[in-house]
Design a protein around this ligand. Sequence first.
Ligand code: NAP
Length: 312
Amino acid sequence: MKVLFAAGESRWPIWEAPLRAAIDEAGLEIDLVLDADPAEVEAMIYAPTNASAGTTNDDFAPYVNCRAVLSLWAGVEKIVGNQSLTQPLCRMVDPGLTQGMIDYVVGHAMRAHIGLDRVLATQDRWEVVVPPLASERPVAMLGLGALGAACGQALAGLGFPVLGWSRTAKDVPGITCHHGPEGLRRVLEQAQIVVLLLPSTPGTENTLNAETLSWLPKGAAIINPGRGPLIDDEALLAALETGQVGQATLDVFRIEPLPQDHPFWAHPNVTVTPHIAAETRPTSAARVVAENLRRLRDGEPLLHVVNRAEGY
Ligand code: NAP
C-alpha cells in the first residue's frame, strides 16, 4: 500500500522513524513516501502545512484512489469543511497526547484550587487562607470526548466532584454527566473551575459568553485548552473585570500566535500558554496511525472517524 506523508516536509524528520517502526511492528507492507503520483496514493497521513491559516485549501481531488486521510491532529476544524476531501477523515486520539492533556488540566486545576498564584504573590507576609478540600470544589468539564473524559476522571480521582457536559447523553464513570443546552446551565451554576475540551464547530462557538459566564458562582476559574472560539473574548474580559471570573488560563486563541497587543497578555488574572497543552507524541501516535492502516488493509472499520456533519 502506498501511503503519502502529507503533513509537511519539516515534520518528516520527526515522524519518519516512529512511523516506520510502528508500521514494522504491525507487520504491514507499506511504501511510506513524502511525494507520489496522487493517483497511486492509497492513504494519506495528514496535518495542515500552513497551520496559522484559518482553513486549509489543500486539494484532495487528485487522490482518486486514496481511501483514508489520517490526521495527526486531534482538532480537525481546519480541514473538516474542505469540499475536495471526500475520503473518510480520522482524527488523532493518541495516548501520549491524552496524558499530556491530563498533566496540563490537572496542573492548572490544582493551581486554581490551592490558590497557588496568591501564595506566590504573598511571599512577604504571613497570610492564612485555607483552601476548601477538593471534594468541596466542583469542576465542570465541557466536552466528554477522548480528552474531556480522561481529564475529568483524573480530577475525579483526586476527589473533585466533576460535572461533565456533552452534546449527546453520556455515561462516564466518576463524572456526573449532563448534555444539551439545558445541561450547560446546570453544570455551570455549580462549577468553581471550568475546563473547556470541546471541538471548534459552529455549535460550540462562544459556549462561554456574557450570559453563560453569569451562571457561574462568582470568582470561578476558567481553563481553556480546547479552542479559542469556544469563548467570547470580550465577555471573558468583562467578567474578569467584575470578578465574576477570578482567573483564566488560556492555551488557545482565535488568532495564534496571540497578537502582542491583545489584552490577555497584560491582564493580571489571565495566564497565556502558547498552545502547548498537549502535543501529539510521535511514538504513541504512530502506532495509532499504523493500526488504522492495518484496518484499512483488512477492510475493518477505521478508528476515530470524524463525523463530517457535526464537524468533529
Ligand atoms: P472528541 O473526542 O471529539 O470530544 C469532543 C466532545 O465535545 C464530545 O464529548 C462532544 O459531545 C462534545 N461536543 C461537541 N459539540 C458539542 C456541543 N455543541 N455541545 C456540547 N458538547 C459538544 O474530542 P477530544 O479528542 O476530546 O478533543 C477535544 C478538543 O481538544 C479538540 O477538538 C481540540 O480542539 C482540542 N485539543 C487541544 C489541544 C491543545 O494542545 N490545546 C490538543 C489536542 C486537542 P458528544 O460526546 O456528545 O459527541
